[in-house]
Design a protein around this ligand. Structure first.
Ligand code: HSE
Length: 293
């Protein structure tokens, strides 16, 4: 399952980008629950009923009305947790796709996506992690309609990952229940422009197309260094920069000179008193892959 960066600025709870950084999950049926975790989150992730891979497995058994007796799970995690890079969507999907395969594949892709999005509460990371590429996801009743679009290869993606963790629940709690029509229109225009610009290969439009007024202005209080780092990315030549999902990571789109942008973002973060690293990541065009043992 790939890491994912949701929103890309204006596409709050809609857009997701799958990145070439992956978690791996191995599953087998067992009596009782056992979970081993290597890598990211090994020091703090739950290894029992509350583990998200376990919850994903259980959701498939429940959906199918099958008795759940237990599962043995081994996780190799490379996606940092609590950073707005879709580690929980990857965990849900690991359990859901794995359990479906263990049971002979009775659920179709749309049902797997609805289960993962339901577990998460929003569909953007789950769609990108399942389908790969740049995804547009939309709840319609209990279904999630999702499409994966190609991403221009000439755009490079820099992800700044602060050492501090963020909480999605907290980053959603600071958002207002209602927004002005002017702000809604501002985002609609940019979301349309972003998709059109990516489709037409007009990277020059991304600076405006990645602006947002629905979530980032409210989340700035949680991540006070965000504006400074985004400005540093812009001065170093990035085309556009946005909070990755609910933060604290930032995603920058770059035409040329991704390494320079990465170093500039790291320096600006450090000058704000926070440690972190910036990495250049390719897009994962495939999404979640299941391999039989
Ligand atoms: N769209 C969600 C949010 C993503 O911004 O809260 C959370 O990972």
């Amino acid at each position: 399952m790939p890491a994912t960066s949701a929103n890309l600025g204006p596409g709050f709870d809609v857009l997701g980008l799958a990145l070439a950084l992956h978690n791996e999950v191995t599953l087998e049926e067992a009596a009782g629950i056992s979970v081993s975790i290597e890598g990211e989150g090994a020091d703090h992730l739950d290894r029992g009923e509350r583990n998200l891979v376990v919850r994903g497995v259980r959701s498939v058994y429940e959906r199918l009305g099958r008795p759940f007796r237990g599962v043995r799970i081994a996780c190799v995690n490379r996606i940092p947790t609590g950073r707005g890079l879709g580690s929980s969507a990857a965990a849900w999907l690991g359990g859901i796709v794995g359990a479906n395969a263990l049971l002979g594949g009775p659920l179709d892709r749309d049902t797997l996506l609805a289960l993962a999005a339901g577990g998460e509460g929003h569909p953007d990371n789950a769609a990108a992690a399942l389908l790969g590429g740049l995804t547009v996801a939309c709840w319609s009743g209990r279904k999630v309609l999702a499409l994966s679009l190609p991403v221009p290869a000439e755009i490079q993606w820099v992800v700044l990952i602060p050492e501090v963790q963020g909480s999605t629940a907290e980053a959603r709690a600071v958002l207002p229940q209602t927004v002005s029509r002017a702000d809604a229109v501002f985002n609609l225009q940019r979301l349309g422009l972003l998709l059109a610009a990516l489709g037409a290969g007009r990277a020059d439009l991304l600076t405006v197309a990645m602006e947002d007024r629905l979530h980032q202005p409210y989340r700035g209080g949680l991540f006070p260094w965000m504006e400074r780092v985004a400005a540093a990315a812009g001065s170093a030549g990035s085309l556009g920069c946005a909070l990755s999902g609910a933060g604290p990571s930032l995603l920058a789109a770059v035409g040329k000179g991704a390494d320079n942008v990465a170093r500039a973002m790291e320096s600006a973060l450090r000058e704000s008193g926070i440690r972190g690293r910036a990495v250049v990541l390719g897009v994962d065009p495939v999404g979640t892959v299941w391999e039989a043992a």
